[in-house]
Ligand binder design. Structure first.
Ligand code: CUA
Length: 323
Protein backbone atom coordinates (compact mmCIF):
# COMPACT_ATOMS: atom_id res chain seq x y z
CA UNK A 1 0.00 0.00 0.00
CA UNK A 2 2.80 2.38 0.94
CA UNK A 3 4.40 1.44 -2.37
CA UNK A 4 1.23 2.51 -4.23
CA UNK A 5 1.19 5.83 -2.40
CA UNK A 6 4.91 6.45 -2.92
CA UNK A 7 4.85 5.47 -6.59
CA UNK A 8 1.78 7.57 -7.36
CA UNK A 9 3.20 10.57 -5.54
CA UNK A 10 6.77 10.34 -6.75
CA UNK A 11 5.91 9.67 -10.39
CA UNK A 12 3.76 12.80 -10.38
CA UNK A 13 0.52 11.03 -11.34
CA UNK A 14 -0.84 13.38 -8.71
CA UNK A 15 -0.97 16.41 -11.03
CA UNK A 16 -1.80 15.02 -14.47
CA UNK A 17 -4.97 15.72 -16.49
CA UNK A 18 -6.02 12.08 -16.04
CA UNK A 19 -5.43 11.87 -12.28
CA UNK A 20 -8.27 10.96 -9.94
CA UNK A 21 -6.13 12.19 -7.04
CA UNK A 22 -5.77 15.70 -8.45
CA UNK A 23 -9.52 16.25 -8.17
CA UNK A 24 -11.20 19.07 -10.08
CA UNK A 25 -14.81 18.06 -9.54
CA UNK A 26 -17.13 17.63 -6.58
CA UNK A 27 -17.58 13.89 -7.09
CA UNK A 28 -13.87 13.28 -7.73
CA UNK A 29 -13.05 15.12 -4.48
CA UNK A 30 -15.41 12.81 -2.62
CA UNK A 31 -13.89 9.74 -4.23
CA UNK A 32 -10.32 10.95 -3.58
CA UNK A 33 -11.19 11.60 0.08
CA UNK A 34 -12.51 8.06 0.44
CA UNK A 35 -9.39 6.73 -1.31
CA UNK A 36 -7.06 8.51 1.14
CA UNK A 37 -9.05 7.31 4.17
CA UNK A 38 -8.92 3.74 2.91
CA UNK A 39 -5.23 4.05 2.04
CA UNK A 40 -4.50 5.49 5.49
CA UNK A 41 -6.41 2.72 7.26
CA UNK A 42 -4.73 0.05 5.14
CA UNK A 43 -1.31 1.57 5.85
CA UNK A 44 -1.90 1.52 9.63
CA UNK A 45 -3.00 -2.12 9.48
CA UNK A 46 -0.02 -3.01 7.32
CA UNK A 47 2.42 -1.39 9.76
CA UNK A 48 0.71 -3.15 12.71
CA UNK A 49 0.88 -6.57 11.03
CA UNK A 50 4.52 -6.18 10.01
CA UNK A 51 5.50 -4.92 13.50
CA UNK A 52 3.71 -7.83 15.15
CA UNK A 53 5.33 -10.29 12.77
CA UNK A 54 8.80 -8.92 13.50
CA UNK A 55 8.17 -8.94 17.24
CA UNK A 56 6.95 -12.54 17.18
CA UNK A 57 9.79 -13.71 14.95
CA UNK A 58 12.35 -12.43 17.45
CA UNK A 59 10.99 -13.85 20.72
CA UNK A 60 11.04 -17.46 21.95
CA UNK A 61 8.73 -19.16 19.48
CA UNK A 62 6.73 -21.59 21.62
CA UNK A 63 6.13 -19.18 24.48
CA UNK A 64 4.84 -16.39 22.18
CA UNK A 65 2.62 -18.72 20.20
CA UNK A 66 0.86 -19.89 23.34
CA UNK A 67 0.55 -16.49 24.93
CA UNK A 68 -0.87 -14.71 21.86
CA UNK A 69 -3.08 -17.37 20.28
CA UNK A 70 -6.46 -16.22 21.76
CA UNK A 71 -5.59 -12.55 21.24
CA UNK A 72 -4.57 -13.10 17.62
CA UNK A 73 -7.60 -15.15 16.69
CA UNK A 74 -10.24 -13.11 18.48
CA UNK A 75 -8.60 -9.72 18.26
CA UNK A 76 -6.80 -9.85 14.91
CA UNK A 77 -9.14 -12.27 13.15
CA UNK A 78 -12.56 -11.09 14.34
CA UNK A 79 -12.60 -7.83 16.26
CA UNK A 80 -10.13 -5.80 14.22
CA UNK A 81 -11.55 -6.60 10.73
CA UNK A 82 -15.10 -6.03 12.03
CA UNK A 83 -14.22 -2.63 13.48
CA UNK A 84 -12.13 -1.51 10.51
CA UNK A 85 -14.55 -2.67 7.82
CA UNK A 86 -17.56 -1.22 9.66
CA UNK A 87 -15.76 2.11 10.02
CA UNK A 88 -14.83 2.20 6.33
CA UNK A 89 -18.36 1.20 5.33
CA UNK A 90 -19.76 3.99 7.51
CA UNK A 91 -17.33 6.37 5.86
CA UNK A 92 -18.07 5.27 2.31
CA UNK A 93 -21.84 4.70 2.32
CA UNK A 94 -22.96 8.30 2.93
CA UNK A 95 -21.10 9.42 -0.19
CA UNK A 96 -23.18 7.08 -2.36
CA UNK A 97 -26.41 9.14 -2.45
CA UNK A 98 -24.35 12.31 -2.80
CA UNK A 99 -22.70 10.87 -5.93
CA UNK A 100 -25.75 9.20 -7.44
CA UNK A 101 -28.66 11.49 -6.55
CA UNK A 102 -27.06 14.92 -6.39
CA UNK A 103 -29.56 17.38 -7.85
CA UNK A 104 -28.84 18.48 -11.36
CA UNK A 105 -29.25 22.24 -11.68
CA UNK A 106 -31.03 21.79 -14.98
CA UNK A 107 -29.38 24.45 -17.12
CA UNK A 108 -27.51 22.14 -19.40
CA UNK A 109 -27.42 18.50 -20.26
CA UNK A 110 -25.17 16.54 -22.54
CA UNK A 111 -25.88 13.26 -24.32
CA UNK A 112 -22.82 11.19 -25.10
CA UNK A 113 -22.79 8.07 -27.21
CA UNK A 114 -19.84 5.70 -27.38
CA UNK A 115 -18.78 4.80 -30.92
CA UNK A 116 -15.93 2.61 -32.15
CA UNK A 117 -13.70 4.49 -31.29
CA UNK A 118 -14.84 8.03 -30.71
CA UNK A 119 -17.47 10.00 -28.81
CA UNK A 120 -20.68 11.43 -30.23
CA UNK A 121 -21.52 14.46 -28.09
CA UNK A 122 -24.79 16.37 -28.16
CA UNK A 123 -25.38 19.51 -26.09
CA UNK A 124 -29.04 20.00 -25.15
CA UNK A 125 -29.36 23.68 -24.37
CA UNK A 126 -31.96 25.36 -22.13
CA UNK A 127 -33.41 27.07 -25.23
CA UNK A 128 -34.18 23.65 -26.69
CA UNK A 129 -31.62 23.63 -29.50
CA UNK A 130 -29.43 20.56 -29.83
CA UNK A 131 -25.83 20.99 -30.91
CA UNK A 132 -24.02 17.96 -32.31
CA UNK A 133 -20.30 17.84 -31.56
CA UNK A 134 -17.71 15.13 -31.12
CA UNK A 135 -14.66 14.05 -29.16
CA UNK A 136 -14.44 17.05 -26.85
CA UNK A 137 -16.41 18.19 -23.84
CA UNK A 138 -16.45 21.66 -22.38
CA UNK A 139 -18.13 22.46 -19.08
CA UNK A 140 -18.99 25.59 -17.12
CA UNK A 141 -17.33 25.76 -13.70
CA UNK A 142 -19.49 25.17 -10.63
CA UNK A 143 -22.58 23.98 -12.48
CA UNK A 144 -23.95 20.48 -12.13
CA UNK A 145 -24.45 19.09 -15.62
CA UNK A 146 -26.43 15.95 -16.41
CA UNK A 147 -24.73 13.58 -18.82
CA UNK A 148 -26.78 10.78 -20.38
CA UNK A 149 -24.75 7.91 -21.73
CA UNK A 150 -25.52 5.28 -24.32
CA UNK A 151 -24.04 3.16 -27.09
CA UNK A 152 -25.43 1.43 -30.17
CA UNK A 153 -22.49 -0.94 -30.63
CA UNK A 154 -20.55 -2.42 -27.71
CA UNK A 155 -20.13 -1.47 -24.05
CA UNK A 156 -17.91 1.54 -23.42
CA UNK A 157 -17.29 3.34 -20.16
CA UNK A 158 -17.26 7.10 -19.76
CA UNK A 159 -14.67 8.35 -17.30
CA UNK A 160 -13.22 11.77 -16.52
CA UNK A 161 -11.11 10.79 -13.48
CA UNK A 162 -10.34 14.34 -12.35
CA UNK A 163 -14.03 15.31 -12.29
CA UNK A 164 -16.16 12.29 -11.47
CA UNK A 165 -16.48 8.53 -11.26
CA UNK A 166 -17.10 6.35 -14.28
CA UNK A 167 -20.32 4.94 -15.71
CA UNK A 168 -20.76 2.27 -18.38
CA UNK A 169 -22.40 3.04 -21.74
CA UNK A 170 -24.60 0.05 -22.46
CA UNK A 171 -26.28 -0.70 -25.80
CA UNK A 172 -30.06 -0.37 -25.52
CA UNK A 173 -29.92 1.51 -22.21
CA UNK A 174 -29.38 5.06 -21.13
CA UNK A 175 -27.28 5.57 -18.02
CA UNK A 176 -26.65 8.86 -16.25
CA UNK A 177 -23.77 10.66 -14.64
CA UNK A 178 -23.56 14.21 -13.40
CA UNK A 179 -20.46 16.35 -13.52
CA UNK A 180 -19.70 19.35 -11.35
CA UNK A 181 -16.26 20.79 -12.06
CA UNK A 182 -14.75 22.91 -9.29
CA UNK A 183 -11.67 24.23 -11.08
CA UNK A 184 -11.00 25.59 -14.57
CA UNK A 185 -8.42 23.85 -16.71
CA UNK A 186 -7.93 21.13 -19.28
CA UNK A 187 -8.44 17.52 -18.24
CA UNK A 188 -8.79 14.24 -20.02
CA UNK A 189 -11.59 11.73 -20.30
CA UNK A 190 -11.16 8.19 -21.45
CA UNK A 191 -12.96 4.96 -22.25
CA UNK A 192 -12.58 2.63 -19.28
CA UNK A 193 -14.03 -0.57 -20.74
CA UNK A 194 -12.32 -2.67 -23.40
CA UNK A 195 -14.37 -2.08 -26.54
CA UNK A 196 -12.27 -3.34 -29.43
CA UNK A 197 -8.98 -2.86 -31.23
CA UNK A 198 -8.60 0.87 -30.67
CA UNK A 199 -10.05 1.02 -27.16
CA UNK A 200 -6.82 2.62 -25.90
CA UNK A 201 -7.18 5.34 -28.56
CA UNK A 202 -10.59 6.48 -27.39
CA UNK A 203 -10.13 9.53 -25.21
CA UNK A 204 -11.29 13.16 -25.19
CA UNK A 205 -10.15 16.52 -23.87
CA UNK A 206 -12.33 18.08 -21.18
CA UNK A 207 -12.10 21.85 -20.83
CA UNK A 208 -13.63 23.59 -17.80
CA UNK A 209 -14.35 27.26 -18.48
CA UNK A 210 -15.71 30.28 -16.64
CA UNK A 211 -19.39 30.87 -17.42
CA UNK A 212 -18.89 33.69 -19.94
CA UNK A 213 -16.24 31.79 -21.88
CA UNK A 214 -18.39 28.67 -21.87
CA UNK A 215 -21.46 30.53 -23.16
CA UNK A 216 -19.34 32.10 -25.91
CA UNK A 217 -17.94 28.71 -26.90
CA UNK A 218 -21.38 27.06 -27.01
CA UNK A 219 -22.80 29.94 -29.07
CA UNK A 220 -19.94 29.56 -31.56
CA UNK A 221 -20.41 25.80 -31.77
CA UNK A 222 -24.12 26.24 -32.49
CA UNK A 223 -23.36 28.27 -35.60
CA UNK A 224 -23.15 26.75 -39.09
CA UNK A 225 -19.69 26.26 -40.56
CA UNK A 226 -17.56 29.24 -41.59
CA UNK A 227 -17.04 29.85 -45.28
CA UNK A 228 -13.52 28.84 -46.44
CA UNK A 229 -11.07 31.73 -46.06
CA UNK A 230 -8.57 30.77 -48.76
CA UNK A 231 -8.84 29.40 -52.29
CA UNK A 232 -7.05 26.23 -51.13
CA UNK A 233 -9.63 25.72 -48.39
CA UNK A 234 -12.47 26.41 -50.85
CA UNK A 235 -11.04 23.72 -53.14
CA UNK A 236 -10.90 21.41 -50.10
CA UNK A 237 -14.59 22.06 -49.47
CA UNK A 238 -15.40 20.99 -53.03
CA UNK A 239 -13.24 17.88 -52.68
CA UNK A 240 -15.01 17.03 -49.42
CA UNK A 241 -18.34 16.84 -51.24
CA UNK A 242 -16.99 15.31 -54.49
CA UNK A 243 -15.34 12.44 -52.63
CA UNK A 244 -18.41 11.53 -50.64
CA UNK A 245 -17.10 12.61 -47.21
CA UNK A 246 -20.54 14.11 -46.59
CA UNK A 247 -22.08 10.63 -46.63
CA UNK A 248 -20.55 10.03 -43.19
CA UNK A 249 -19.91 13.51 -41.82
CA UNK A 250 -22.11 16.53 -41.25
CA UNK A 251 -20.84 20.05 -41.82
CA UNK A 252 -23.75 22.32 -40.92
CA UNK A 253 -24.44 24.94 -43.58
CA UNK A 254 -23.22 22.66 -46.39
CA UNK A 255 -24.85 19.72 -48.20
CA UNK A 256 -22.73 17.33 -46.08
CA UNK A 257 -25.22 15.69 -43.69
CA UNK A 258 -23.89 12.19 -42.88
CA UNK A 259 -24.35 10.87 -39.36
CA UNK A 260 -22.08 7.81 -39.36
CA UNK A 261 -18.91 9.68 -38.40
CA UNK A 262 -18.24 12.69 -36.17
CA UNK A 263 -19.85 16.06 -36.92
CA UNK A 264 -17.10 18.24 -38.44
CA UNK A 265 -18.82 21.64 -38.44
CA UNK A 266 -16.20 23.10 -36.09
CA UNK A 267 -13.53 20.41 -36.25
CA UNK A 268 -10.77 23.04 -36.59
CA UNK A 269 -11.63 24.44 -33.15
CA UNK A 270 -11.04 21.12 -31.38
CA UNK A 271 -7.96 20.35 -29.36
CA UNK A 272 -7.31 16.97 -30.93
CA UNK A 273 -8.04 14.72 -33.89
CA UNK A 274 -9.39 11.18 -33.92
CA UNK A 275 -10.59 11.25 -30.27
CA UNK A 276 -7.45 12.63 -28.60
CA UNK A 277 -5.18 10.43 -30.70
CA UNK A 278 -3.43 13.18 -32.72
CA UNK A 279 -2.75 16.91 -32.32
CA UNK A 280 -5.14 18.99 -34.43
CA UNK A 281 -2.52 20.22 -36.89
CA UNK A 282 -2.22 20.35 -40.67
CA UNK A 283 0.34 17.52 -41.07
CA UNK A 284 -1.63 15.18 -38.79
CA UNK A 285 -4.91 16.01 -40.55
CA UNK A 286 -3.32 15.13 -43.92
CA UNK A 287 -1.97 11.81 -42.59
CA UNK A 288 -5.23 11.01 -40.87
CA UNK A 289 -7.28 11.44 -44.07
CA UNK A 290 -4.71 9.51 -46.11
CA UNK A 291 -4.21 6.60 -43.71
CA UNK A 292 -6.55 6.51 -40.70
CA UNK A 293 -5.45 2.92 -39.97
CA UNK A 294 -1.96 4.10 -39.07
CA UNK A 295 -3.12 6.33 -36.25
CA UNK A 296 -6.09 4.23 -35.19
CA UNK A 297 -6.08 0.52 -36.12
CA UNK A 298 -9.43 -0.81 -37.36
CA UNK A 299 -10.94 2.69 -37.59
CA UNK A 300 -14.08 2.69 -39.74
CA UNK A 301 -12.96 5.83 -41.60
CA UNK A 302 -11.87 4.82 -45.13
CA UNK A 303 -8.40 5.81 -46.37
CA UNK A 304 -8.17 8.56 -48.99
CA UNK A 305 -4.45 8.28 -49.78
CA UNK A 306 -5.28 7.90 -53.50
CA UNK A 307 -6.15 11.61 -53.65
CA UNK A 308 -2.52 12.70 -53.72
CA UNK A 309 -0.68 15.34 -51.70
CA UNK A 310 -2.19 18.45 -53.24
CA UNK A 311 -5.80 17.39 -52.77
CA UNK A 312 -5.12 16.02 -49.27
CA UNK A 313 -3.60 19.36 -48.26
CA UNK A 314 -6.60 21.23 -49.68
CA UNK A 315 -8.97 18.98 -47.69
CA UNK A 316 -6.93 19.43 -44.53
CA UNK A 317 -6.81 23.22 -45.01
CA UNK A 318 -10.60 23.28 -45.36
CA UNK A 319 -11.17 21.18 -42.22
CA UNK A 320 -8.59 22.98 -40.07
CA UNK A 321 -10.26 26.24 -41.16
CA UNK A 322 -13.63 25.10 -39.72
CA UNK A 323 -13.17 26.90 -36.43
CU1 CUA B 1 -14.71 2.48 -25.89
CU2 CUA B 1 -13.11 1.25 -24.70
Amino acid sequence: MLVVVLVSTLTGCHARPLSALDAAGRDAEEIARLFWWMTGAAAIIWVAVISLTMYCARGPRVQNAQRFTPLLIVGGGVALPAVVLTALLALGLPSLPRLVDAPWTGHLSIAVSGEQWWWRVRYLTPAGGDIDLANEIRLPIGERVDVSLTSDNVIHSFWIPAISGKVDMIPGRTTHLSLEPTRTGTFRGTCAEYCGTSHALMAFPVVVLEHDAFDRWLAEQSQPAQAPATSQAARGGELFLENGCGACHTIRGTPAAGVIGPDLTHVGSRMSLAAATLPNEMAHMVNWIAEPERAKPAAHMPAFGMLGAEQLHALAAYLIGLR
